[in-house]
Structures are given as structure tokens and as C-alpha cells.
Design a protein around this ligand. Structure first.
Ligand SMILES: Nc1nc2c(ncn2[C@@H]2O[C@H](COP(=O)(O)OP(=O)(O)OP(=O)(O)O)[C@@H](O)[C@H]2O)c(=O)[nH]1
Ligand SMILES: [Mg+2]
Length: 445
């Protein structure tokens, strides 16, 4: 995909129609593109009012144009930005005009950021942070992403890498001096101390980030239980909108309905499912199957029962799956309060009137806080980071243990550690993972 000789363009702002749309161009033909459309080149980095014209000279729109000559641009290449009116026809006409210029083509997802990475404008962890920032739904996700965008993990990894390179240099020097016995030992001992210290530092970082990947993914809470218990009513109340259909008929919900909540800054996906019962209706059977599936793969299940139903089924908890909270609904219809309410994981609510719902929400917030742990402050936010840091720790551990087996073995383990850290920031040999990472990006970024 990497082809710096091509000039790319894309709509970088949100979905049309909108008040303003931003179209970005990056690559060697950018100067030509801006001259063709605007008639002349604006002063670098200054907003310039311009009537944009297609190749026949007819006006497309009145816009603000910006010209960022490389390397002082977001991608490191020549970049132009056209701020046009955000109508679909305007954008289409702009795309036609840009496509008509030789060497210009629409960008692939993430291609602008990839070029920025290739040109050393950001490292891989910063690029990932940028993607996370664009997709952040809650304030906590935003703050975590910003930490990565600022390069905190990248800088840490780079400093570790440099220190291992230094330790490794001592060992390599020791190998050169190996005929002289003592010199080698004198060089290797401090290197080994350095390696042991680095290993514990990386282990601490991993431990402090134990749950932080979760902040990207969010917490999934499934509302399950027998038909007609009021599951959809509860979902609507928690979502504060009529997301699911509510009716007095048992078996109303068939599809799995998802709503996204921002619970005190924590991202939560709430799922409403079909009431679980034996049924001959094939459509409802499929709904029940999906309900069971989603309950199984969720992180927490709210098992909702009608407080008036003495024979309400209890959840089939199958072993190591998500914790289940029992929520007795429709307490507005019962005179006596349930015995269990107030105990851990037991709630009495009226989904339709709202009684007991604040307590349920408060418990969910506490649960989320625990579930996400120190995520926001943690440095590691992706499985990719964790895997590479674990590889580094393992190599450093082997290096420490192989000290008496010869310096060559030790040096080889250090090379592995250096390589893993290099892959983290994208300094070495990462061609294979680049496609995977940048494919997740939006077009225009
Ligand atoms: N009195 C009272 N009625 C409720 C309460 N919550 C829900 N209901 C009523 O119970 C009926 C069923 O509600 P739903 O939310 O559709 O129940 P459900 O569990 O989603 O049902 P299925 O989708 O069929 O499994 C509706 O008539 C609701 O108005 C409550 O707290 N109190
Ligand atoms: Mg329902």
C-alpha cells in the first residue's frame, strides 16, 4: 500500500451533509492540485479564501484553502486542505476535480497516518493512540488515548531499548575481551544488574496496566431473564430512550438490542435479549438462542425476574462465566420488599417507575471502576503492546539465567529483547503488522 510517489485525497471530516467539509490532499502532486483548483498557491500555513474551479474553469465552491509544504505537515509530505461547504454534490465535484489530475487517487483507510509514520512524524504507539482518540466515546477513553498520542509508551519503550542496547554493548565488548578472563566478568556483571532492573520495571508497567485494554473495548452487560420480566423497560430506562419495544405480551423482544452508555466515563454496552423460555415459535427460539449466546459472552448479567412471580426461574450459571446479579423488577406491584435486596448482587427495582434504579446504576459504576482498574493511567492499552512487552520480559529473564552459559547466548537474548521493543514503536521490521494496524483507521485519517 505504501506508495509515496502517489498523491492521495480524502474527505477528512464527518458524514455529509454538514456545514463544512474538509478535504485533504497529500503527496508530491499536491502543489499542482492546489494551483489547479485555486488558480494560485496560497502562502504556506495561512488560511486563504479561494474560489475552487474544476479543469474547465467552472466554479465548484467558495472555500478556505490551506497549503502545508512538506516536511512541516501532518504527513511530512506536501499537504493541502480544502474547507468547502459540506454538501454531497460539492464533495463529489471536488473528488471529480481531484481525480482528473494526473497522479491523484482516493486514499485508503489510515493512509495519511501511515505516511506520517513512514516519515517519522509519529511512532506506532502514537498512531494507535490517534486511532483510539478518534474512536473514543467516553472521557476516560479520551484521556487514555491522549496519553498514547503524546507518546508516553513509545518514549518509555525507546528508553528501555536504548538501555538494553547499552547493556548489550558491554556484553559484546566482554565477548571481544573473552581471552582475558576478568575483563569479561567486570563488564558483564553491571550489564546483568541493569538487565534485572529493567526486567522488573517492565513487569511493573505490565502489572499496572493489567486491565487497561478493557477501556478500549468497553464493558458488556446483558439483561436476561424470563419473558415479560421488564428487561426492555429496564434497558430503556438505563439508556434514557425508547431503544427497545415494550409490550405486555411475553416474547416481545426477539433480536439482541444493544445500546452504548457512558457510565461515569466508562464505556458500557448494554444488551437486551429475548426472554428465556421454551417455545415452539422458531423465530422466538432463535431469539432465545441469541440471548443465551450473548449472556454467555458478556462481562456481567443482570438476571431480571418479576418480583411477583414466585416461580421465576433462576439463572443457569454455567461455571466460569460472567457474574450474575439478580434484579427483582416490578416492586411497585408488591407490598412487601424482597428479603434479598441490598445484599451484594441483589436489587429490587421498578423499571417502569424508576424505584431502585439509582442504586443499580451506582452498583454498576462501582463494578465498572473495578473492572477497568487503573486503565486510564496505564501505559499498555492493546494486546499488541502486552505481547511485545511480555516477549521482552521473557528474553531478559532468559538472558539473566544464561549468564553462566556463555556471553554469546546472553547477547542473543538481548537482541531478541531489543527487537521486541523496536517492534512496539515500529522502529524495526514491522511491515507485516502495518497493514493490520492502519486498516482499522478511518478513511481521511
Ligand atoms: N408495574 C410494572 N410494570 C412493568 C415494570 N417493568 C415493566 N413492566 C411492564 O411489563 C411488561 C413487559 O415489559 P417488557 O419490558 O416488554 O418485558 P421484557 O422482559 O422485555 O419482555 P420480553 O421481551 O417479552 O421478554 C410491559 O407491559 C411493561 O410495561 C415495572 O417495574 N412495574
Ligand atoms: Mg423485551
Amino acid at each position: 500500500m505504501h506508495s509515496p510517489d502517489q498523491t492521495i485525497f480524502a474527505l477528512s471530516s464527518g458524514r455529509a451533509p454538514s456545514a463544512i467539509a474538509i478535504i485533504r490532499v497529500s503527496g508530491p502532486q499536491t502543489r499542482l492540485a492546489i494551483e489547479r483548483l485555486c488558480g494560485k498557491l496560497p502562502a504556506p500555513r495561512l488560511a486563504q479564501f479561494a474560489t475552487l474551479r474544476d479543469l474547465d474553469g467552472s466554479a465548484i465552491d467558495e472555500s478556505v484553502a490551506l497549503w502545508f509544504p512538506g516536511p512541516h505537515s501532518a504527513t511530512g509530505e506536501d499537504v493541502a486542505e480544502f474547507q468547502v461547504h459540506g454538501g454531497r454534490a460539492v464533495i463529489a465535484a471536488m473528488f471529480d476535480a481531484l481525480s482528473a489530475i494526473d497522479g491523484l487517487r482516493p486514499a485508503e483507510p489510515g493512509e495519511f497516518t501511515r505516511r506520517a509514520f513512514e516519515n517519522g512524524k509519529l511512532d506506532l504507539t502514537e498512531a494507535e493512540g490517534l486511532d483510539d482518540l478518534i474512536h473514543a466515546d467516553t472521557d476516560r477513553q479520551r484521556r487514555q488515548a491522549l496519553r498514547h498520542l503524546k507518546g508516553l509508551l513509545g518514549a518509555k519503550a525507546e528508553s528501555w531499548r536504548q538501555q538494553i542496547i547499552e547493556a548489550s554493548a558491554l556484553i559484546e565488548a566482554g565477548i571481544d575481551f573473552s581471552d582475558e578472563g576478568d575483563v569479561s566478568a567486570e563488564l558483564v556483571a553491571p550489564a546483568l544488574r541493569k538487565i534485572a532492573a529493567l526486567k522488573s520495571e517492565i513487569e511493573e508497567t505490565l502489572a499496572a496496566s493489567a486491565q487497561s485494554e478493557r477501556l478500549r473495548e468497553g464493558l458488556t452487560v446483558a439483561i436476561a431473564g424470563p419473558p415479560n420480566a421488564g428487561k426492555s423497560t429496564l434497558l430503556n430506562r438505563l439508556a434514557r430512550r425508547e431503544a427497545a419495544i415494550v409490550s405486555p405480551h411475553a416474547g416481545t423482544t426477539r433480536d439482541v438490542i444493544e445500546v452504548h452508555l457512558d457510565l461515569d466515563g466508562y464505556p458500557v454496552t448494554l444488551i437486551d435479549t429475548a426472554g428465556v423460555r421454551d417455545t415452539h415459535d422458531p423465530v422466538e427460539q432463535e431469539g432465545v438462542r441469541r440471548a443465551r449466546d450473548r449472556a454467555r459472552t458478556s462481562d456481567l448479567v443482570l438476571w431480571l425476574v418479576d418480583a411477583n412471580d414466585r416461580n421465576a426461574p433462576t439463572p443457569q450459571s454455567d461455571g466460569d462465566h460472567a457474574p450474575v446479579w439478580i434484579v427483582r423488577n416490578k416492586v411497585d406491584l408488591v407490598a412487601v420488599k424482597g428479603e434479598g435486596a441490598g445484599a451484594t448482587g441483589r436489587f429490587d427495582v421498578s423499571a417502569s417507575r424508576g424505584d431502585g434504579v439509582p442504586e443499580l446504576i451506582a452498583a454498576l459504576v462501582i463494578y465498572a471502576r473495578d473492572y477497568f482498574g487503573s486503565g486510564e493511567m496505564a501505559l499498555v492499552s492493546r494486546a499488541r503492546h502486552r505481547t511485545l512487552l511480555r516477549e521482552t520480559v521473557a528474553a531478559l529473564g532468559r538472558a539473566g539465567r544464561s549468564a553462566d552459559k556463555g556471553d554469546e547466548l546472553l547477547a542473543e537474548e538481548l537482541r531478541i529483547a531489543i527487537h521486541s521493543l523496536g517492534r512496539l514503536t515500529g522502529r524495526v521490521d514491522v511491515e507485516d503488522i502495518l497493514d493490520v494496524i492502519f486498516r482499522e483507521f478511518c478513511i481521511g485519517k
